[in-house]
Design a protein around this ligand. Structure first.
Ligand code: PLP
Length: 373
C-alpha cells in the first residue's frame, strides 16, 4: 500500500518518513498516569535495552524533547560539575556537544578533525595520557553532518583502557548499526525516536550503565534534564516526570514492533544499505560526486558535492525536487557547497528510483549535464 500519496518523501536524517501504521498509532489519547500508558513506556524501555543487548548492565531513560535534549541531559547528568570532557569533533553534532557543555558550565577540551576526517584511537589515547584530569570522552557514532561512521569500537577500547567514561551520541546509528553493550564498553549511548527506529519526533533516550547512573545524583544543572531524577521517578511509579509526549511514545512502540518484524537491526541495516548503494550509484551515473570515499559511506546519509555549474542553484533544485515528491537536505560543510540525501525512513527501491528520475528531470530543466565535457 502506498501510504504517502501526495506527501513528499523525506530524504533527511530525521524526522523521516514513517509508516502509516506508526502514524495511526497516534489516534488515541492516553492519560499520562494511566496504567495503559505506563505499560507502553515500560515496554519501550525494555525493547530498547534488548536492542542494545544491555539488559542487566544498563537502564534506559527516556526524556522529552528532540535528540539534542537527550544529549544535553546525559552530559549534564553523568559529568560532575568538576568533570572534564574530551569531545571528539568532526562535524556539526560533535561541535554541538561542545556548545552544550559550554552552556552547562562543564570544562571540556576537543580533538577537532574538521569537516569529516574521523578521530583516531591513537589520537584519543595520546590525549588521555597527556591529561589525567579528563574524566569523560564524548563521541558521535555516525556524524550525520557528513554521514561518516566514526571508528567507535577502537576509540571505546582506548577509553576503557584509560579508565575513563565514554558517552556516545548514536542518534542516527542506533537501530540500524549493530550496537552490543556487552562488547562495546560505553557508559551512555543516546538516540531519539525519529531516526532509524522510524518513530515520529518528540523524545530521546539514553542507555546508561546502571552503576554509573546510581552515582550521578546531584550532578545535573537542570531539573527537567536530570536523567537521574527521571530514572528514579520512573522506577518508582512507572511514569514520566512532567507531561510525556504520549502519542509519540505510543507510536514509537508500534515503530519498534515494525523494526522487529523487518528483522531488527540487521533487517534495517540491509534495507538502508541497499538504499545507499542504489542512490549513490544512480547519482554517480548522473555525474554527482560524493564527499567521502566508498569505505566511509554510511547507510544513514550521504553528502554530495553541489555541481559547480553556474546554472546550479540549490534553492531551485530543492524546490523542483519537492514538487516531484522528495525533500532533500542541505549540506553542512564549511569548505564546499554540498547537499545530503538520507537513506533512512520508509524508503525502498521504488522511492530511490523515483528520486533518481526526479533528479535527472530537474537537471534537464536546469539545463545542466554533469557528464558533458
Ligand atoms: C539528529 C541528531 C541529533 C539530534 O538533533 P535534534 O535536532 O536535536 O533532534 C544529535 N546528534 C546526531 C548525530 C544526530 O544525527
Amino acid at each position: 500500500m502506498d501510504t504517502n500519496i501526495a506527501e513528499p518523501y523525506l530524504l533527511t536524517p530525521g524526522p523521516i518518513t514513517t509508516s502509516i501504521t506508526t502514524k495511526e498509532a497516534m489516534l488515541h489519547d492516553w492519560g499520562s498516569w494511566d496504567a495503559d500508558f505506563n505499560e507502553i513506556t515500560a515496554e519501550v524501555r525494555q525493547r530498547l535495552l534488548r536492542m542494545a543487548n544491555a539488559e542487566g548492565t544498563h537502564t534506559c531513560v527516556p526524556i522529552q524533547g528532540s535528540g539534542s535534549f537527550a544529549v544535553e541531559a546525559t552530559l549534564g547528568t553523568l559529568v560532575p560539575r568538576d568533570g572534564k570532557v574530551l569531545v571528539l569533533m568532526n562535524g556539526a553534532y560533535g561541535k554541538r556537544i561542545g556548545k552544550s557543555l559550554d552552556y552547562m558550565g562543564r570544562t571540556h577540551v576537543a580533538i577537532d578533525t574538521g569537516d569529516y576526517a574521523p578521530p583516531t584511537a591513537a589520537e584519543v589515547h595520546a590525549a588521555l595520557e597527556a591529561d589525567p584530569s579528563i574524566t569523560h570522552v564524548a563521541l558521535v557514532f555516525c556524524e550525520t553532518s557528513s554521514g561518516i561512521l566514526n571508528p567507535v569500537a577502537d576509540i571505546a577500547a582506548v577509553v576503557k583502557g584509560a579508565g575513563r567514561s565514554l558517552i556516545i551520541d548514536a542518534m542516527s546509528a542506533f537501530g540500524a548499526l549493530p550496537i552490543n553493550a556487552q562488547l562495546l564498553p560505553f557508559d551512555a549511548l543516546i538516540s531519539a525516536a525519529n531516526k532509524c527506529i522510524e518513530g515520529v519526533p518528540g523524545f530521546g533516550y539514553a542507555i546508561i550503565r546502571e552503576e554509573v547512573l546510581k552515582e550521578s545524583a546531584g550532578n545535573a544543572h537542570s531539573l527537567s534534564l536530570d536523567l537521574y531524577d527521571q530514572w528514579q521517578y520512573m522506577e518508582r511509579c512507572g511514569q514520566w516526570r512532567f507531561t510525556p509526549p504520549t502519542h509519540v511514545v505510543a507510536s514509537f512502540l508500534q515503530a519498534l514492533k515494525e523494526h522487529e518484524a523487518e528483522g531488527g537491526v540487521q533487517g534495517r541495516l540491509a534495507r538502508y544499505s541497499r538504499n545507499r548503494d542504489r542512490m549513490v550509484a544512480g547519482m554517480r551515473k548522473l555525474g554527482f560526486k560524493t564527499l567521502l570515499d566508498d569505505q566511509w559511506l554510511s547507510p544513514i546519509i550521504t553528502t554530495f558535492f553541489s555541481p559547480t555549474d553556474d546554472s546550479f542553484d540549490f534553492k531551485v533544485f530543492y524546490d523542483a525536487l519537492k514538487a516531484r515528491g522528495f525533500i532533500i537536505y542541505p549540506g553542512k560543510l564549511t569548505e564546499a557547497d554540498s547537499f545530503r540525501l538520507g537513506h533512512i525512513g520508509q524508503l525502498n527501491d521504488a522511492q530511490v528510483d523515483g528520486l533518481l528520475e526526479a533528479v535527472a528531470a530537474v537537471l534537464d530543466d536546469m539545463q545542466i549535464n554533469l557528464n558533458a565535457g
